[in-house]
Design a binder for this molecule. Structure first.
Ligand SMILES: Nc1ncnc2c1ncn2[C@@H]1O[C@H](COP(=O)(O)OP(=O)(O)OP(=O)(O)O)[C@@H](O)[C@H]1O
Ligand SMILES: [Mg+2]
Length: 134
């Protein structure tokens, strides 16, 4: 487990860029944290670390954005359960060739792979965040 204290959006992006180097094909990372914690900001940093040039936009309405099969960015906020994710084909990418980063994974807890990583972002103040990597 590692804990990082971030004092700005930029610091979170830089940290996530480094964190990306620890990721391997097939990894599934659950991004925990309240609304506005910085989960999507973290994904931007990981994308930079993976050399993805496309702008990362929140997949709130699409549920998942696919960045060249390299990175799959999920936002499960509006999903009701794992069965819904499965019927939409969203679970097909777990353990595949890309890396899956999942916001609001608790909504699809029953279909998540047992082996996964977790990044928890805690809002300490307007600009400060505690980022816990497990
Ligand atoms: N240290 C920090 N790290 C990350 N974001 C920060 C930090 N300080 C301030 N912010 C701000 O917090 C917000 C984080 O937004 P972001 O969309 O990443 O949250 P989220 O966790 O994805 O929320 P949601 O669950 O609604 O998708 C941004 O407006 C960002 O500028
Ligand atoms: Mg988000």
């Amino acid at each position: 487990m590692a804990i990082y204290l971030s004092g700005s959006e930029k610091a979170t992006i830089l940290f996530a860029k480094q964190y990306a180097k620890t990721l391997r094909a097939g990894d599934v990372v659950l991004l925990n944290g309240e609304m506005g914690a910085g989960k999507t900001v973290f994904v931007k940093g990981v994308a930079q670390g993976l050399g993805i040039k496309t702008e990362i936009l929140s997949p709130t309405y699409a549920y998942m954005n696919d960045y060249d099969g390299k990175l799959y960015h999920y936002d499960c906020y509006r999903l009701k359960n794992g069965a819904q994710a499965e019927s939409l084909g969203l679970t097909d990418y777990f353990g595949g060739k890309g890396i899956c980063l999942i916001e609001w994974a608790e909504n699809i807890a029953d279909v998540l792979p047992e082996t996964h990583k977790t990044v928890t972002i805690k809002k300490i103040s307007t600009e400060n965040r505690e980022i816990i990597c497990e």
